[in-house]
Write a protein that binds this ligand. Structure first.
Ligand SMILES: Cc1cc2nc3c(=O)[nH]c(=O)nc-3n(C[C@H](O)[C@H](O)[C@H](O)COP(=O)(O)OP(=O)(O)OC[C@H]3O[C@@H](n4cnc5c(N)ncnc54)[C@H](O)[C@@H]3O)c2cc1C
Ligand SMILES: Cc1cc2nc3c(=O)[nH]c(=O)nc-3n(C[C@H](O)[C@H](O)[C@H](O)COP(=O)(O)O)c2cc1C
Length: 645
C-alpha cells in the first residue's frame, strides 16, 4: 500500500506551515448572502469540506470591488464590514487543522449579471465569448482603483485571520483579460506587448505585497495556457513567471483555460485523464523556485503522491473530487480506497449548474454537497421498514441514504444486475466510469446492510403481502416507440439494444432522436465504423455545446461525419430507406440498413396506483417521476430518504 508519505508531508511557505500538500482549490458555490456576506450555508459547506483534511483550503472567489463579481451571491471583501463573516470562515478551517487562503477576484467582463446591468469593465471593450455582451473599457483611473482594491482586500483577509491570499489571475477574469491579447487591445502602457499586458498583474501583486507585509504568503493562480485559438501558451508565459514571483507571488497555482476554452477545460471533462495537466506544473517549476500547485482531474491520492515524489509539483489540488467525496483523503489514509466515491467529471451539479444559472453548488453523485444545512446525519427519529423499487442511480442513492439514517431497507431490482440505465451509459465512449460508480454504490448499500434482491420484479401483490412502512419508487422510464409506418421492420431496434450489444451495428445507420441518448448512440456507432445519420424533430440539439460533455460529443459527431438533421421528422421506414420531412419537403434517405430509436422515455410508475389505493406512504423519484438526469434521480432519492420519518 502506498503510504502517501509525499502527499502527507508538511511544507512551510513563509509564515504558513501546511500539515500536508493537499489543496482544496477555490470553487464558487453561490451559497453566500446576496449582499456578499458569509452565510450559514457557506460555513456549513466549508466545515464539511474542511473535515476532509486538506493542508490548504483556498476559498471561492471573493470580490475585491463592488461591481467585480462573477456570480450573484459571490462573497465580498471590498469593505471592512465583511471582515467578521470572513473571520468565521477562517475559524472553521483552523478548527479542522487546515490553513486557509482567501481568493481575491475581479471578474472584469466575465460576469453575465454585470454585463446585463451594463456595469462590466475590462481592459478593452471586447465582447465576452461566452456571454456575447460587451464591457466598457477601463479608464486609467479605474485601473489604479482596482489595483488598490486588491491591496485593501488582502489587508482585510489578513485581519480576518486568513493564513494567505490567492490572487485570481486565471480563467479569463480581469487579470487574464489584461494578460491576453484576445481581450486586451489597449494603446497605453497596459496593452500591446506581453510586458505591457502583464503590468496590471505585476502591479496588483506589488500592491498586495505592500499591504500584507513581507512575511505573509501570496499565491498567484494563473492559467499558464489559455487553451483557446489565438490565446497565449505556456511558452509565452514561462519567461514572465520569475517576474511575477519577484512582484510578490510565493506560490504559483498552475491552472489552465479561459472563458470559452473548448469543453471548459478548466474543469476538464471525463475525456481528460486524471492529472492530465501536471506537465504544465512541471514546466512552471523549471523557471521558478517557489512552490507550485498542480491541478486538473485529480481523484486518486496515490497519483498525487507520485507527482510530488517525482517533483513535478509541490502541492496537488483536488477540486471536484472534494465535492464528490469530502472524505476521500481520510479514506485513502486509512487504506479504504474502495470506499472513495470517485468524481465523474460530469460537471452537472457543480460548474455547469453555476454557469447555466440553475442554482447553488451541488454534486450529481453526492447529495450532501451544497445542502449541508439540511443533510441529516442520522439516525432517523423513527426507523421504518422501507422498500426501494429499482436499483438505478435514484434507487441506489435512496437505499444508501435511507440505510445511512438507520432505516431497514430492502432494495429490489427486476434485472439480474444493478445500475439501471448506468448499464447502458457505461457502454458509450469515455463513460465506463459511470458503470464503476454504479458498482461502487451497490457495494456501499450492501455494506450498510441493505437487503438486495436482484432479478425480482416488484408486483402489486408483493406490496400487498409485504406491507412495507414506506416505498420509494425508482423504477425509471419506459422507452417511447414513435408511431411511424415501418417501425415494426426487423431493421429497427433501439439505443439500449445497440449499446448493450444485443443488436450488432450495421453500416448505414439512422438514429431517431437527437437527445443525449441518441447522440451517445451515434458516438458509439461511429466508433464502430458505421455511417450515421441522426434525426431530431427539434430545431436545435437539446445537448448544449456550452456543457463540457455536450461540446465533446458534438465535436466527435462532427469529426466522425455524422449527418445531423434537425427540424426533421420521419414519415416512414422501408427496407433500405427512410422518408423524412425536412423544411416542408419529403426526401428519401438511402441506403439505410439500420434504424435505431432513441426517442426518449416516459415514466414507468405503474405501481403508483397500488400504493395510493393501499394508503402506503410512498415517494416517486428520478426518471419514474419524469425522465431527466442522474442529478435529479440522486437528489430526489436522498430527499425521499430524508422524508421517511
Ligand atoms: C446511453 C445513455 C446515456 C446517458 N447519459 C447520461 C449522462 O451523461 N448524464 C445524466 O445525467 N444522465 C444520463 N443518462 C440518463 C440517466 O441514466 C437516467 O436519468 C438515470 O439512470 C435515471 O435513474 P433512475 O434511477 O431514476 O432510473 P433507471 O436508471 O432507469 O433505473 C430504474 C431501475 O428500476 C428497475 N425497475 C423497474 N421496474 C421495476 C420493478 N417493478 N421492480 C424492480 N425493479 C424495477 C429497472 O430495471 C431499472 O434498473 C443517460 C442514459 C442513457 C441510456
Ligand atoms: C463549481 C466550481 C467552481 C469553481 N470556482 C472557482 C473559483 O471560484 N476560482 C477559481 O480559481 N477556480 C474555480 N474553479 C476551478 C477549480 O478550482 C479547479 O481548478 C477545477 O475544477 C479543476 O480541478 P478539478 O479537476 O480537481 O476539479 C471552480 C470549479 C468548479 C467545479
Amino acid at each position: 500500500m502506498n503510504s502517501l508519505q509525499n502527499l502527507l508531508s508538511p511544507v512551510k511557505i513563509k509564515t504558513m506551515e501546511l500539515p500536508n500538500r493537499v489543496v482544496l482549490p477555490p470553487m464558487g458555490t453561490n451559497l453566500g448572502n446576496a449582499d456578499g456576506t458569509v452565510s450559514e450555508a457557506n460555513l456549513a459547506y466549508l466545515k464539511r469540506m474542511a473535515r476532509g483534511g486538506a493542508g490548504l483550503i483556498i476559498t471561492e472567489v471573493s470580490a475585491v470591488y463592488p461591481s467585480g463579481s462573477a456570480i450573484n451571491c459571490e462573497l465580498g471583501v471590498y469593505d471592512d464590514r465583511f471582515i467578521p463573516g470572513l473571520k468565521r470562515l477562517a475559524d472553521v478551517a483552523h478548527a479542522a487543522g487546515s490553513k486557509i487562503a482567501l481568493q481575491l477576484h475581479h471578474a472584469g467582463r466575465e460576469s453575465l449579471h454585470l454585463l446585463q446591468e451594463k456595469k462590466a469593465i475590462a481592459p478593452s471593450a471586447i465582447r465576452s465569448l461566452v456571454f456575447g455582451l460587451t464591457p466598457r473599457e477601463m479608464t486609467r483611473e479605474e485601473i489604479q482603483e482596482i489595483i488598490a482594491a486588491f491591496g485593501a482586500a488582502a489587508r482585510r483577509a489578513r485581519e480576518a485571520g486568513f493564513d494567505a491570499v490567492e490572487v485570481h489571475g486565471a480563467h479569463g477574469y480581469l487579470l487574464t483579460q489584461f494578460l491576453s491579447s484576445l481581450s486586451n487591445q489597449r494603446a497605453d502602457e497596459y496593452g500591446g506587448t506581453l510586458a505591457n499586458r502583464s503590468r496590471f498583474m505585476l502591479e496588483v501583486l506589488e500592491e498586495v505585497r505592500r499591504r500584507v507585509g513581507e512575511d505573509f504568503p501570496i499565491s498567484l493562480r494563473i492559467s499558464v495556457e489559455e487553451c483557446i485559438k489565438g490565446g497565449y501558451t505556456i511558452e509565452d508565459i514561462n519567461p514572465l513567471l520569475p517576474e511575477l514571483v519577484r512582484a510578490g507571488a510565493d506560490i504559483i497555482h498552475a491552472s489552465l483555460g479561459t472563458h470559452g476554452s473548448p469543453a471548459g477545460i478548466t474543469s476538464a471533462p471525463i475525456e481528460y485523464e486524471p492529472g492530465f495537466n501536471v506537465w504544465r506544473a512541471k514546466k512552471v517549476k523549471e523557471v521558478v523556485d517557489v512552490p507550485v500547485i498542480a491541478v486538473g482531474r485529480f481523484t486518486d491520492p496515490n497519483l498525487a503522491d507520485e507527482v510530488i515524489a517525482r517533483k513535478e509539483a509541490d502541492l496537488v489540488a483536488f477540486g471536484r473530487q472534494y465535492l464528490a467525496d469530502p472524505d476521500f483523503l481520510t479514506k485513502a489514509r486509512e487504506g479504504r480506497h474502495e470506499d472513495i466515491r470517485v468524481c465523474l467529471a460530469c460537471n452537472q451539479g457543480c460548474i455547469e449548474r453555476l454557469i447555466l444559472g440553475e442554482g447553488n453548488i451541488r454534486c450529481a453523485i453526492n447529495p450532501e454537497t451544497g445542502q449541508e444545512l439540511i443533510y441529516p446525519s442520522g439516525p432517523a427519529a423513527v426507523r421504518r421498514r422501507v422498500w426501494v423499487v429499482g436499483a438505478g442511480p435514484g434507487g441506489l442513492t435512496a437505499a444508501y441514504e435511507a440505510a445511512r439514517l438507520g432505516h431497514k431497507v430492502t432494495l429490489f431490482e427486476k434485472e439480474e444486475t444493478t445500475g439501471g440505465q448506468l448499464r447502458f451509459v457505461c457502454k458509450a465512449p469515455h463513460k465506463s466510469i459511470y458503470g464503476d460508480w454504479g458498482t461502487w454504490l451497490t457495494s456501499q448499500v450492501k455494506k450498510l446492510g441493505v437487503t438486495l434482491h436482484t432479478g425480482t420484479k416488484v408486483t402489486e401483490r408483493m406490496i400487498e403481502e409485504g406491507k412495507p412502512d414506506a416505498v420509494i419508487l425508482a423504477t425509471g422510464g419506459e422507452k417511447i416507440i414513435p408511431d411511424i409506418p415501418g417501425i415494426d421492420l426487423r431493421m429497427v431496434s433501439d439505443a439500449w439494444q445497440i449499446l448493450s450489444g444485443e443488436v450488432d451495428p450495421r453500416e448505414h445507420a439512422v438514429v431517431i432522436g437527437g437527445g443525449l441518448i441518441g447522440m451517445e448512440t451515434a458516438d458509439f456507432l461511429l466508433k464502430r465504423g458505421a455511417q450515421v445519420t441522426l434525426i431530431e424533430v427539434l430545431k436545435r440539439s437539446p445537448v448544449l455545446k456550452i456543457t463540457s460533455h455536450g461540446y465533446m460529443l458534438h465535436t466527435r459527431l462532427r469529426e466522425g461525419n455524422c449527418k445531423l438533421l434537425f427540424n426533421t421528422a420521419i414519415r416512414r421506414i422501408e427496407e433500405n430507406s427512410i422518408t423524412i420531412l425536412s423544411d416542408g419537403e419529403e426526401q428519401i434517405l438511402s441506403p439505410v440498413d439500420q434504424v435505431i430509436i432513441a426517442a426518449g422515455l416516459k415514466p414507468r410508475d405503474d405501481l403508483r396506483k397500488t400504493l395510493q389505493a393501499r394508503g402506503i406512504p410512498h415517494f416517486i423519484i428520478g426518471d419514474a417521476l419524469q425522465p431527466r438526469r442522474i442529478m435529479e434521480a440522486t437528489e430526489e432519492g436522498a430527499r425521499a430518504a430524508r422524508n421517511l420519518s
